[in-house]
Design a protein around this ligand. Structure first.
Ligand code: PEP
Ligand code: MN
Length: 388
């Protein structure tokens, strides 16, 4: 009678069914209460048909305000009913209420979610960093980069093996062979790894190898994929769709959370804009907003926002200043030969500067920047650039 979230499945009270060529499928309901906000300026004569519709669908209805714009509906909570109301021309918004409160939203009594991946912790006053090549290219160079990153205290190695390239003729990643390289480097160095998955059929295999699964910007509305990573039991790094509103981004996260996976890190990586000076437009306003609106950690990817190595550091600083709980950065030992995104790859030395700056900015509002060094060394990470 209860699903994974403790929501009652109202078989007896509100059981409904849908006839399909395969037979009759039972539908179950999560929500008994919906709040419906009607369009402002609605003539009072327009209210009766809406009330009749709601009652006809099996809801008891009451207005919550004197202006008769906010309706509380109690009843079945069927998803198809919600859609009908959302599509109604006189309805401005439908909001779930009560026990179906959206799972990403910050609730008064709910602490920030801290997502721990290896030695990294994101959220709840902790910030950290993932770094690595855009694509895994070969074992030796991945190992060298991982060692170099670890020396700087980077606890999480990124590296794409399934690459979502704009052109089908571009390098598509090493696939399963790349995954094995990530596993081998993880075993050799102890660094945690994160990689992108594109295909729901790969989720299980990838989850067996990596510490965190990345959902890329192009997959942010691949709902079956989001559902699958929600079931994977692994922390998920969810990038914002390049054309997604903040609200759509939140709802993408909701697909993962709704599977019972609470370990979601939101990643702002820039949205497509009218201006191609930078590859994408880093939306620091979204970072600030999401930090307040959700209990989930929010990190920034300055590499894909900038698209240029020279702007990665300033955008990383901007993201941290807006309240980000960390960064994900692309690095390469020889950007000119990189198989993908070489223009935005930075060196380990440049990464050192970014980490140093990020720690200082995090410290400004009392946040710690978690690195994977022994304690004494953690203090020295910015030794080359004394805090001014
Ligand atoms: C990546 O991280 O290499 C990547 C493809 O990122 P995005 O999905 O943000 O473009
Ligand atoms: Mn990339």
């Amino acid at each position: 009678m209860f699903d994974a979230h403790g929501d009652v499945r109202l078989y007896s009270l509100f059981q409904d069914s849908v006839s399909t060529p395969l037979g009759v499928i039972e539908t179950t309901y999560r929500s008994k209460t919906m709040l419906v906000r009607l369009r402002s300026g609605l003539a009072s004569a327009a209210l009766d048909p809406i009330l009749a519709l709601c009652r006809g669908l099996g809801y008891s209805v009451r207005f919550l305000d004197e202006g008769r714009r906010l309706l509380e509906l109690s009843g079945p909570g069927d998803r198809t009913h919600r859609t009908r109301l959302e599509d109604h021309p006189d309805v401005a918004e439908v909001v779930d209420a009560g026990d179906s409160h959206e799972r990403h939203a910050r609730a008064v009594d709910r602490p920030d979610t801290i997502v721990r991946v290896g030695e990294a912790a994101f959220g709840g006053g902790h910030a950290s960093i993932a770094a690595g090549p855009c694509s895994v290219e070969d074992y030796e160079s991945l190992l060298e980069l991982a060692k170099g990153a670890l020396e700087l205290g980077v606890p999480l190695l990124r590296g794409g093996v399934y690459k979502p390239r704009t052109s089908p003729y571009s390098f598509q990643g090493l696939g399963a062979a790349g995954l094995e390289m990530l596993a081998a480097v993880r075993a050799e160095t102890g660094i945690a790894v994160v990689t992108e998955v594109l295909d729901p059929r790969d989720v299980e295999r990838v989850a067996q190898v990596v510490d965190m699964i990345q959902i890329g910007t192009r997959s942010a509305t691949n709902f079956p994929l989001l559902t699958e990573v929600g079931k994977s039991g692994k922390p998920v790094l969810l990038k914002r769709g390049f054309g997604a509103t903040v609200r759509e981004f939140q709802l993408s996260a909701e697909y993962i959370l709704d599977e019972g996976n609470e370990e979601v890190v939101l990643c702002e990586r820039g949205v497509r804009s009218f201006d191609s000076t930078t590859r994408n437009l880093l939306d620091v306003g979204a970072v600030a907003h999401l930090s307040a609106a959700t209990h989930l950690p929010v990190i920034v990817d300055p590499s894909h926002a900038a698209g240029r190595a020279d702007l990665v550091a300033p955008l990383a600083r901007a993201g941290m200043a807006a309240g980000a709980d960390g960064l994900i950065v692309e690095i390469h030992e020889n950007p000119a030969t990189a198989l993908s995104d070489g223009q935005q790859a930075i060196s380990l030395e440049q990464l050192r500067g970014i980490i140093s700056d990020a720690r200082k900015i995090a410290a400004m509002d009392g946040r710690s920047f978690d690195l994977s060094l022994p304690k004494e060394q953690k203090k020295d990470i910015s030794a080359k650039e004394p805090i001014s």
